[in-house]
Design a protein around this ligand. Structure first.
Ligand SMILES: *[C@@H]1O[C@H](CO)[C@@H](O)[C@H](O)[C@H]1NC(C)=O
Ligand SMILES: CC(=O)N[C@H]1CO[C@H](CO)[C@@H](O)[C@@H]1O
Ligand SMILES: [Zn+2]
Length: 373
């Protein structure tokens, strides 16, 4: 159920970033610097690619790279404090209860960690998956071929590379067509970061875990020739660690081509949870979709926790800033989350497989339920 009241931006006296670059800005661009924002009211500062890692990632400061964002609506949303939203995403009415239990319950026993263990081993064996390194590009080729092979059991499924300008690592999109072209999207980024662009960074939990979770959901739905009312997409983003660059390009494209998106559920870390509960984050997201996501997660995986992760936390911010309803699902509240993030110790051995299983089951359940929105 949805109405397509696209992008109802209300005029207000918002502080905003100028979309027109000055001559001095063009010089900085030419020198290879990037303009990043760390908060709604941060006008942005020019940094090197290396400084993104050494100054911001190392202190867990979220940021959005806005160097190439030209859309003034997007810049306005990125400059609006959380909770002071003066825009609404594509308006969708979400159910308050689950309704596809028999279909979901038939699929959940097919979800397993066998393939995720093998995929995450391959992903973490790349020395790093930095979006500008050759390892990062090789990881993209491996992931593209793996997604294609998982999808190949159902010829209705398409798998495409979304190529980016400025770096070689592609984003990858798998699509299970439904009766309608309206989209329900689950996403994760597959790039990783360590202490520098050339440092070792296996990125097991951050954020290889999200990748294998949505890939396992694709495997189960593909094997069962699942077809819903809405079209399902699985997005594997490049360059999240560069400041949400891959997802920004994908959603800018979806906005400019007028796609109808009913839901985007992003998962970044999905493999380390001492609490044993899915955590649904509540800042810089669509509150209605977040409530619905919690309904589905609770129905199929039990009690959930909540937290906030701040500005530029992960790729759901790109969906939201382009006017699409977005939610963020994580493995744990920040305080008790993996201590190994963004280091060489974010290794396969720290992954808790029951957590991966829980998130993969949630993803299957969400996709089946939401495919009838
Ligand atoms: C899709 O359309 C076909 C043909 O009209 C119909 O049989 C099927 O039930 C529809 N599926 C869903 C999930 O709406
Ligand atoms: C920006 C980044 O490094 N990626 C994210 C991976 O997941 C964690 C937890 O969800 C985020 O905090 C990171 O920002
Ligand atoms: Zn990360």
């Amino acid at each position: 159920m949805k109405t397509s009241a696209f992008f109802a931006l209300l005029a207000t006296s918002l502080w905003s970033v100028s979309a027109a670059p000055s001559a001095a800005d063009l010089e900085k661009r030419k020198a290879g610097l990037r303009l990043i924002k760390t908060a709604p009211k941060d006008a942005g500062r020019w940094v090197t690619e290396e400084e993104k890692i050494t100054i911001y990632h190392s202190k867990d400061i979220g940021f959005v790279d806005i160097t190439d964002i030209k859309d003034s609506d997007v810049l306005r949303i990125l400059s609006t404090p959380d909770g002071e939203d003066t825009f609404s995403a594509q308006a969708v009415t979400y159910p308050t209860a689950v309704s596809r239990q028999s279909q979901v319950n038939a699929l959940l026993p097919l979800v397993s960690t066998t393939q995720p263990q093998s995929w995450l081993t391959s992903l973490t064996n790349f020395y790093n998956r930095h979006y500008k390194s050759t390892y990062g590009t090789q990881a993209g080729d491996w992931l593209f071929n793996t997604v294609k092979s998982v999808a190949s059991v159902n010829s209705a499924i398409t798998v495409t590379k979304f190529t980016h300008s400025g770096w070689n690592q592609p984003s990858i999109i798998a699509k299970i067509p439904g009766n309608s072209t309206n989209l329900v999207i689950v996403s994760a980024h597959y790039d990783s970061t360590g202490g520098s662009s050339s440092a070792k960074s296996p990125g097991a939990d951050d954020n290889g875990s999200g990748v294998v979770v949505i890939l396992e959901a694709l495997r189960v739905l593909a094997n069962n020739k699942f077809k819903g009312k809405d079209t399902l997409e699985f997005h594997f983003y490049a360059a999240e660690e560069g400041g949400l660059l891959g997802s920004a390009a994908v959603f800018a494209n979806y906005k400019s081509t007028g796609k109808t998106v009913l839901a985007v559920v992003n998962q970044d870390m999905a493999g380390y949870s001492p609490s044993g509960k899915i955590s649904i984050y509540t800042d810089y997201v669509d509150s209605s979709l977040t409530a619905y996501t919690r309904v589905v997660a609770t129905a199929y995986t039990g009690a959930t926790t909540s937290d906030k992760c701040g500005y530029g936390c992960s790729d759901h911010a790109s969906a939201r800033s382009n006017g699409f309803p977005a939610a963020y699902v994580c493995d744990e509240p920040i305080k008790t989350s993996t201590p190994y993030i963004h280091t060489a110790n974010d290794a396969l051995s720290t992954i808790q497989w029951p957590t991966i299983l829980r998130h993969a089951k949630f993803t299957v359940a969400f996709l089946v339920e939401a495919s009838y929105l």
